[in-house]
Design a binder for this molecule. Structure first.
Ligand code: PLP
Length: 427
């Protein structure tokens, strides 16, 4: 077997015939598989079932003697903030515990920045002619959609394997309209990369034209290892404080993929000024968060070792699914030389780069064969991947047997789309 680029026209036609036959057989199987979203599988949620019986009938008092059933406690219980301080990389006093969604906290930060303005800024963002946000690509579609929904302009910046292209970031922030950057610094969604120390230092030292520039540091995958490797991510709060920009980073995380995706805890961390600003704003929105859920989490996870042990159970369930995807791609795609894919050490996604110009076609072919994939382009601002090349594969939710079938199907559709393109003389 030779690489697609070196195959003769006859060989490609023959391959196309074989693949088409195989594809028709796949369609006849009437599969119904979904690899669209990075959701935990039911077995992963079962790991936290014990939490549902907590905190128990007579166990609603917090460490400080507050009744967790009542109003109040805007910043979150001290015991929860202490438990998650090592995850956030911030002292407990600089952490806020929200309800179940860190995306909701990011939403609120953008709304408060737009309507009330940020420490260090001269006016609310909504009073500016134009506001832009840097979007490392490939990135998280919900980050992009959130900012876009408020009329914030999305500017793509290429990821390098060690975080965003910092030469480009340094150039772009010289424009005062650029107010923020989205970052998923560890096991990034979807590239799986972790930002290098040099990238973090350069982000901290950026000379930005906007005095209220913010790094939205969404460390959603801080605990989500798939191997024994433990990446070292430089602490953004420390780096920015040392660089003289303590208010620049706003750190987010959640237990959505630790305990329960729909009933976890979300966190925000930042400088003392950031935490004051956020609490002042959020205090108008709510009298306090769900503290019973906070107690439930502390009682269930207990300490940092409890969190790590729990994450190992997740790893045991999902690492074989990632391995199954890699094996299918290696077996079917590697020999043809045109596709590449990531082998992440953590997180929830694999990137598959197909023949440029065919990602949309692969998704269409997969859909017709009963396999839902994330739409092509969703990894890029405005849903537009200029190369039509990048697909995000989310292997966690289906069962292992389904993941095996789905990965084979993706590989088949990838090959078929590439052959079609070559036959049309475009590839
Ligand atoms: N941030 C990233 C990078 C994600 O991948 C996800 C979910 O996939 C979220 C945030 C959602 O977080 P939450 O469930 O805390 O709202």
């Amino acid at each position: 077997m030779s690489s697609l680029a070196h195959m003769s026209a006859e060989a490609i036609s023959a391959l196309h015939r074989d693949l088409t036959r195989e594809y028709e057989a796949l369609k006849d199987r009437k599969l119904s598989l979904d690899m669209t979203r990075g959701k935990p599988a039911p077995e992963q949620l079962d790991l936290a079932s014990g939490m549902l019986a907590l905190p128990g009938n007579r166990d609603h008092l917090t460490e400080s003697g507050e009744d967790a059933r009542n109003y109040g406690g805007l910043q979150g219980l001290a015991e929860v903030r202490n438990l998650f301080a090592p995850v956030l990389g911030a002292p407990a006093a600089q952490i806020v515990v929200g309800n179940n969604s860190s995306l909701a906290m990011m939403h609120d930060v953008l709304v408060y920045a737009l309507l009330r303005g940020l420490p260090g800024g001269s006016r609310p963002w909504s009073k500016e002619e134009e506001v832009s946000i840097l979007c490392p690509v490939p990135g998280y579609d919900r980050h992009f959609a959130l900012a876009e929904s408020f009329g914030i302009k999305l500017i793509p910046v290429q990821l390098t394997g060690e975080g965003p292209d910092m030469d480009e970031v340094e150039r772009l922030v010289a424009d005062a309209r650029v107010k923020a950057i989205w970052c998923v610094p560890q096991y990034s969604n979807p590239s799986g990369e972790t930002y290098g120390g040099d990238t973090v230092e350069r982000l901290a030292r950026l000379k930005t034209a906007a005095s209220d520039f913010r790094i939205l540091w969404d460390n959603a995958y801080a605990l989500h290892h798939l191997s024994d490797e433990r990446p070292h991510l430089r602490n953004i709060l420390d780096a920015c404080t040392e660089a003289g920009h303590p208010d620049r980073p706003i750190v987010f995380a959640s237990t959505s993929k630790v305990t329960l995706a729909g009933a976890g805890l979300a966190f925000l961390a930042g400088s003392p000024a950031t935490v004051r600003w956020y609490l002042d704003s959020v205090g108008k929105r709510t009298i306090g968060p769900d503290k019973l859920n906070q107690l439930r989490h502390v009682r269930f996870l207990k300490d940092y070792k409890g969190i790590s042990d729990h994450m190992e159970k997740h790893r045991a369930l999902i690492a074989p699914k990632f391995a199954a995807v890699e094996a299918a791609f290696e077996g079917r795609l590697e020999p043809y030389g045109f596709a590449s894919w990531t082998k992440p050490a953590g997180g929830y996604f694999i990137i598959l780069d197909v023949l440029p110009g065919t990602a949309g076609r692969v998704v269409t072919l997969a859909k017709a064969a009963g396999l839902a994939l994330t739409p092509a382009g969703s990894t890029h601002p405005y849903g537009k991947d200029p190369l039509d090349r990048t697909l995000r594969i989310a292997p966690t939710y289906p069962s292992l047997a389904e993941v095996r079938q789905a990965a084979e199907a993706v590989a088949l559709c990838t090959l078929l789309a590439a052959c079609e393109k070559r036959i049309a003389g475009e590839g």
